[in-house]
Design a protein around this ligand. Structure first.
Ligand code: MLT
Length: 408
């Protein structure tokens, strides 16, 4: 007799973005004339870079001829060319990586959900609060968290990210084993300094903890003093896994490509040097046949000189959107954060209005969709996230509608 994975019943709510989509569709059905402006999910809107399109086309053409067709990859970690190009990117940050420390995957979301499988059930998991929901939900499903109530789960350690700590957590007071950090942060838009990351690297090395560092928004950092990779902190290779993505940097949200670094030096309490790297390799070989060869060719083009120049233009376009949204919100006298080194604006909801109440208010009064801060954890209550991804004309319309119609 088959039985269910009972951990699923611990999950407290549906996944955030489908829930937003559902509520938005219900509103649209009741208000068929409303032009809905979507600043909710961080989904890219601008076309792929021309050099990327050319490489993708070329890779498709190769599949059409018997001489150049290719089937399964020889190596589920990714093509040597793409992994070498990624190693060069890290070298530009002053970080030396071997290609066998780089695992190309189908995006940061799946890797950030699957990576916990390397660690035993008894590990104490710490998350920033608020945080990208995948970190928490994947650990709940895996049984690394207990029952939930009021948006939190037993057994998880929540590290508050508030205005008072510039949305970067202080070290947990209890001993934790796995620590999820995201910088530039989704949802708050805060980008960690080298010093801030060092406090966690030092903690992890002392406690043989492992940091899972999500840097999916690193390309949006405009301040040259800020680190793009946790490995810019000395000693981080001993204690950190880094996960990144082509989604936001190159508009691959629908194309799907990302990478994870599991350094050879990485250790944990009962794991020898190199063991976690070997285990992730084993996991990927068993459960994944590698990212699409066509898409990986596109990834190589992203990392080329021309690809980088083209992608930077699109990033600048989104960041101009961010400025426009931030100016609008601040112009209304509402405090907001982010939008400078990240494509998210993290605004406070008007006093006494919860995040979901503000979702309804904003949608009802202005037809703008955003993301309730409480969807990222209890620490997000009283906040609301606006995404800077979108066509300029839609951002302009959203801003105009907020200025004109939002009743404060
Ligand atoms: C977000 O809006 O938080 C992200 O786009 C979701 C994701 O990357 O999965």
């Amino acid at each position: 007799m088959a039985t269910l994975n009972g951990n699923f019943s611990n999950l407290q709510a549906g996944y955030l973005f489908p829930e937003i989509a559902k509520r938005t569709s219900e509103f649209a059905a009741k208000n068929p004339d409303a032009k809905i402006l979507r600043l909710g999910i961080g989904d890219t809107s601008e076309p792929l870079a021309p050099s990327v399109i050319a490489r993708l086309r070329n890779a498709v053409d190769k599949m059409s001829k018997v001489e150049t067709y290719s089937g399964y990859s020889d190596d589920s970690r990714g093509t040597p060319e793409l992994r070498e190009a990624l190693a060069e990117r890290y070298a530009a940050y002053g970080v030396e990586l071997a290609t066998d420390e780089i695992f190309v995957g189908d995006g940061a979301k799946s890797d950030s959900a699957n990576i916990q499988s390397l660690f035993g059930g008894g590990n104490v998991v710490a998350v920033q609060d608020p945080a990208y929901p995948v970190y928490v939900d994947s650990n709940v499903i895996a049984g690394k968290a207990g029952a939930g109530s009021n948006g939190q789960y037993d057994g998880l350690v929540y590290m508050p990210c508030t205005e008072d700590n510039d949305f970067f957590p202080t070290l947990p007071s209890e001993k934790v084993d796995l620590i999820y950090l995201c910088s530039p942060n989704n949802p708050t838009g805060a980008a960690a300094t080298l010093h801030q990351l060092k406090t966690f690297v030092d903690y992890a090395r002392e406690n043989r903890a492992v940091i899972i560092f999500d840097s999916a928004y690193a390309s949006f950092i405009s301040d040259p003093r800020l680190p793009r990779s946790i490995y810019e902190v000395e000693g981080a290779k001993e204690c950190a896994i880094e996960i990144n993505s082509f989604s936001k940097e190159a508009g691959f949200t629908g194309v799907r490509l990302g990478w994870t670094i599991v350094p050879r030096d990485l250790v944990c309490e009962d794991g020898a040097v190199g063991q976690l790297n070997g285990m992730w390799s084993r996991r990927q070989n068993t459960m994944f046949n590698g990212a699409s060869i066509i898409v990986q060719a596109g990834g190589e083009a992203v990392l080329s000189e021309q690809g980088q120049a083209e992608c930077k233009e699109t990033i600048a376009y989104y960041m101009a959107n961010a400025r426009c949204i931030k100016d609008c919100i601040e112009g209304l006298g509402i405090t907001c954060y982010g939008g400078v080194n990240a494509p998210y604006i993290w605004m406070k909801t008007p006093s006494g209005v919860t995040s979901w109440e503000f979702f309804d208010k904003l949608l009802g009064e202005t037809h703008v969709v955003g993301t309730p801060g409480s969807g990222f954890g209890p620490g997000g209550e009283g906040y609301f996230r606006l995404s800077a991804f979108g066509h300029r004309k839609d951002i302009d319309r959203a801003v105009e509608s907020i200025q004109k119609n939002l009743k404060l």
